[in-house]
Design a protein around this ligand. Sequence first.
Ligand code: BMA
Length: 312
Amino acid sequence: MSNRPLVTRYEGNPILTKHDVPYPVETVHNAGATKFEGRYILLFRSHLQNGRSIIGIARSDDGYNFHVDSKPFMVPPTEGVFSRFEEYGVEDPRICSIDGVYYITYSAYSRFGVRIGLAKTIDFKTVERISLISEPDMRNVVIFPETFNGRYARLDRPHSEINPWAIWLSWSSDLVHWGESEPVINPVTYHWDQMKIGPGATPIRTSDGWLNIFHGVFPTMDGSVYRLGVALHDIANPATVLGVADDWILSPEDSWELTGYVHNVVFSCGAVAEDDGTLKIYWGAADTVMCVGTARIADLVRLCRDKPRTAL
Ligand code: BMA
């Protein structure tokens, strides 16, 4: 493998900041990404000045130059069951397209903890909440964009004191009720992801397996460092992990990744695969701005296969 970086940062980064948003927000980060009717869509998280988060929407023709809609896409409702569990805000959406429906999984924060909400849209104009699909403490849920023998699969990130913040996989026949959960990737001790890992982008189908771009965290004397890593899952049964790359693929480096609302963070909730075998990976930098970079899918697959570490 050559010395060139696996992820080539776009020279126009950051691609979105709070100054691009036509309503008052303090940050623009951790965006889910997809393509809809030939255009790129980002559903991004923004902190309000009360420290709680909402979700905005930005659209682009080329995946680099985005325009933000005049109104937010999702804010916590004031009535109904969702108002109770989104009281502290909505965060870090992921978008998964299945049969023309775009499902959105997001973190719902409230006095009861953080759990996962499921919503859907077919036009990116209106959004309908479907259900809360986990108990606390759960964040970073990504749904695979295909069914497996008629069942849906998702990557989960529960927390337990004994096995902190690992990546699990669960199954469902209706997207609402999930079970048969099992751990699939653990953090590794004294490794760049030793403190915690979590699913990032919605998995990308490749000819070699599902590409899973996840985040990993390492604690230092100067706070935690968030980086991105990559793993490969079996196409027919994503609970089988074919390889987890030993090396990270992206680490905070640019000034807006090193400093901001939270220092030393690159955090992805979405990537878009292109027809030429490349991937546009979107990431939040320092919980403050949005960035994009490109990678060759074959390079990421090779890293999982040729330089793996233990999965569990
Ligand atoms: C995680 C989440 C992310 C955030 C990251 C770095 O625990 O809160 O939304 O980007 O921390 O602050």
